[in-house]
Design a protein. Structure first.
Length: 342
């Protein structure tokens, strides 16, 4: 009997030790799980509030070049990114010209993005005013709507969404991810966001830049031209995307959300924005191909323009149409119908 009691006692002690070890492992895991769940819930609520406030409330449901409404979860779509030369100090957001203009087409099947940089001095037809001038004037003439119509006229593809951000959004987002690594092509001195001359001084080579420095690099074109400037901006955007989706930026999403949402206007609803998350979380590196519009210098009446090369422009149109899986014939028919209705 004594041996039997001793055996039972040893078994109970082993079970007790096992339970203690299990609790020691399980409790921290449960705490971590609930912490992540709570943080995720908080981020969702915060994002919904911030980005809902960023919605412009406009009535434009779809592009005139679309037969029906699109949904980013099921359709290939395009987003026009407008960087406006505005700030709280200048108080000119609605009347500002676009300092940066990029069109992103997104393909849902391969989760790829084509990012086209449109030079700000491109000589194009602006439907809002009915004549040709610099494309960056479109926003000053008629805001995001006029800019979207101008880009559609230029590229023969629908522009489904737009996101307009100012200098503060860009700088705060870079700072929210603790800066980005970018190759600076040459030594430069540039004004800062407060318009203080030569306040930013950068040296050539791989650099870790904060928001002010990244903005200075994105804006400068003193030693080259708008095409090279556009390429730099594309590289900066790619570096920023890489940082934003990296694991060490997860706990900074609150700052990222507020940096973007507080300085952005868009025609996207919060639910439509959520659909784009899959592009950054598809389990592989986001495939981003950068494009630009070739051309030549053009100076009628001593005013500088970027005259687009028609052959290269046609090739770019075809590339974007294929990426959106829009056939040129279908798109032309839709444009014709739209013109007839108008």
């Amino acid at each position: 009997m004594a041996n039997n009691k001793n055996t039972q006692s040893r078994v109970k002690r082993r079970k007790s030790r096992f339970r203690k070890r299990a609790y020691f492992i399980l409790i921290p895991l449960l705490i971590a799980f609930f912490a992540v769940a709570l943080y995720g819930t908080y981020l969702y609520i915060e994002a919904k509030s911030v980005f809902s406030d960023a919605h412009d409330g406009q009535d434009r449901e779809k592009s005139d070049l679309r037969d029906k409404l699109v949904d980013p979860k099921f359709d290939n779509v395009s987003v026009l990114i407008m960087g406006v030369d505005s700030s709280e100090k200048r108080a000119n957001e609605d009347s500002a010209r676009t300092d940066t203009l990029m069109l992103a087409t997104l393909n849902k099947d391969d989760k790829s993005v084509k990012l086209l940089s449109i030079p700000r001095d491109s000589y194009v037809y602006i439907p809002e005013v009915g004549y040709e001038t610099k494309i960056n004037h479109a926003h000053a003439y008629g805001g995001p709507e006029a800019t979207m119509e101008t880009v559609e006229q230029l590229l023969d593809i629908p522009v489904d969404y737009y996101a307009r951000v100012n200098f503060e959004a860009f700088m705060e987002m870079v700072d929210a991810v603790d800066g980005i690594n970018v190759d600076v092509p040459y030594e430069l001195k540039e004004q800062d966001s407060k318009d203080r001359a030569n306040a930013i001084h950068l040296y050539p080579g791989e650099q870790h830049l904060n928001g002010e420095e990244a903005l200075a690099l994105a804006r400068t074109r003193k030693l080259d031209n708008d095409i090279e400037r556009g390429k730099r901006q594309q590289e900066i955007i790619k570096a920023l995307l890489d940082r934003a989706v990296s694991l060490d930026s997860i706990l900074k999403y609150d700052d990222i959300i507020n940096a973007v949402g507080g300085n952005m206007k868009t025609n996207m609803t919060f639910n439509e924005m959520k659909s784009f998350i899959q592009y950054g979380t598809s389990g592989k590196n986001l495939a981003v191909e950068t494009l630009t519009l070739e051309g030549t210098d053009y100076k009628p009446n001593k005013t500088y323009y970027w005259q687009l090369d028609e052959i290269a422009l046609g090739e770019t149109k075809n590339t974007l149409q294929q990426h959106l899986e829009i056939t040129p014939a279908t798109n032309t028919d839709t444009m014709t119908e739209s013109a007839t209705e108008n």
